[in-house]
Design a protein around this ligand. Structure first.
Ligand SMILES: C[S@@+](CC[C@H](N)C(=O)[O-])C[C@H]1O[C@@H](n2cnc3c(N)ncnc32)[C@H](O)[C@@H]1O
Length: 397
């Protein structure tokens, strides 16, 4: 276990010492450290600066400063050289397991002509999959925000537990991804930083995409949170597939005028749309109950369409460890990709959705209707009415 907050280490030591949380708090309060001050250590992996506070933590843990830093996964600068010099000794001490994978027999809960859905814990299911078998992995895990999921799913872990769990399923994802294959992880930027750092140790960084987060609530003393992180890496140094994505020019909804000034470049603009950047502002949450398959956390067909179309070809295989309402599987199915997925909670919504694809097809048709052009028909009409240029103004005679 690696710790990501000093507070988590204190809690773990409390359990090791077989004492209660109240007894631990009394230890600190006897040293004039309040519960609130102690809890401030939840967000940091560094020892406090104030000597009295720092010494209290060191005394409670019964560890020296170097041991505490190592428990946090830091190797202090002055030890880095001797760490490297002693690497074989350290490796022997860690008795690293070979990581051999014992494939288990898996029984899917549901199958289509292209895909298989497994009900169960994604880590256990991934252990049953062979090395290097997926062209694309997309994962949208719980964000550890204390939401209520189906039975058996803890969305309120300590920071250390959540990150260790994340690393555990990421290890399996890395193993089953094909060389040249691509992985996308969707999460809050806070967790995205840990995910990107971890993936970067074994894979090649490709993109950090900011997906515009609509209608969020402000957080005290912080900038208004306005994006989700969609981090993307590839296995090896070259992506096996990349299909450029285009989208309509962003225009004002009232007058149809472009939001960004393209100056003298209008004539050179591709009538099929502008290149999609790494800021995605055109993805809307699935909020309305008529377009939703279940009551929470459902991503839009448009998001998955873009990801799958960009990084796979027909017949390729897509994996999603956190099925939810099954958006990834529904889109993969419509785009003629093979797919494999897991869900620990209720799978009925996914099965129902895959058996009745009409609503997803309608949504995908709408997405397609609104792409592949610089202006949709509706926007073009609005622009004409208000005297703005349209593509045909620049067509060569
Ligand atoms: C954020 S939701 C995914 C939503 C999905 N992307 C969609 O568009 O519908 C996360 C899902 O992961 C599932 N889950 C949580 N822990 C899991 C685990 N260990 N193995 C498999 N599924 C898990 C939850 O039940 C939840 O449905």
């Amino acid at each position: 276990m690696r710790f990501f907050s000093i507070y988590d280490l204190i809690i773990s030591k409390t359990h090791d010492k077989n004492i209660t949380i109240n007894e631990m708090l009394s230890f600190f309060s006897a040293r004039k450290i309040s519960k609130a001050t102690l809890i401030s250590l939840q967000q940091t992996s560094f020892l406090p600066d104030k000597p009295a506070f720092k010494n209290a933590v060191i005394d409670f843990l019964g560890m020296n400063e170097l041991e505490i830093e190592l428990a946090m996964g830091h190797i202090p600068a002055e030890y880095r050289e001797s760490y490297y010099e002693n690497i074989s000794h350290i490796a022997a001490l860690l008795q690293k397991s070979t990581g051999d994978n014992v494939l288990k027999d898996l029984e899917p809960l549901f199958e289509t002509d292209l895909g298989k859905l497994y009900k169960g814990d994604c880590i256990e299911i991934m252990k049953g999959l062979p090395n290097s078998c997926m062209d694309l992995i997309f994962a949208d895990p719980p964000f550890n925000l204390g939401k209520t999921y189906d039975f058996g799913i803890n969305d309120n872990m300590t920071m250390s537990k959540y990150i260790n769990w994340t690393y555990e399923w990421l290890d399996q994802c890395i193993r089953i991804l094909k060389p040249g294959g691509r992985i996308f992880i969707y999460n809050l930027p806070k967790w995205g930083t840990y995910i990107a750092t971890y993936l970067g140790e074994q894979l090649t960084f490709w993109d950090w995409i900011a997906v515009d987060m609509k209608f969020n609530l402000p957080i005290q003393n912080r900038l208004y949170p306005a994006h989700y992180a969609l981090v993307s890496f590839i296995k090896g140094v070259k992506a096996q597939t990349y299909h450029n994505q285009r989208m309509p020019l962003q225009t004002c909804r009232h007058c149809g005028g472009e939001i960004k000034d393209y100056g003298g470049y209008k004539a050179k603009m591709n009538p099929l749309g502008v290149n999609v950047s790494d800021v995605w502002s055109d993805i809307y949450p699935v909020r309305h109950k008529n377009s939703k398959n279940r009551k929470y956390n459902e991503l839009s067909v448009k998001l998955l369409d873009r990801i799958i179309s960009m990084s796979t070809n027909e017949g390729d295989i897509v994996f999603d460890p956190f099925g939810g309402s099954g958006t990834t599987f529904a889109v993969a199915q419509m785009l003629n990709r093979r797919w494999i997925g897991c869900e620990l909670g209720d799978c009925d919504v996914i099965v129902k959705r895959l058996k009745n694809p009409a609503r997803d097809k309608k949504q995908l048709d709408k997405v397609r209707e609104e792409s592949g052009c610089l202006f949709t028909q509706k926007v073009e009409e609005l622009r004409k009415k208000n005297g703005f240029w349209i593509c045909s103004d620049y067509e060569e005679n």
